[in-house]
Design a protein. Sequence first.
Length: 104
Amino acid sequence: MDQAKRKHLESKGWKIGTVSDFLELTPEETIFVEIKLALSQNLKECRQKLMTQSELAAKISSSQPRIAKAENGDASVSIELLIRAMLATGATPQDIGQVIAGVG
């Protein structure tokens, strides 16, 4: 947002902040959300090169809709499912660590 627009909104009483501010997330909660999103995005990128969502779901005894939710960062998806799915696409623990280390 450009400075002029920001100043105009603030002069009208609007408070400008981040999503974390709005949701009142702690720094730890913010990083956790960012890690889950990074894992989701990486899963989608890797999976698209190798197989369909249905094929990945079959490999990890899950369902295609669950894989779609995992790739789209749905809050109901556990980090465990994300990591199992990433491993099934051929990611190594080091690859997963690099994704996590890139957050922040």
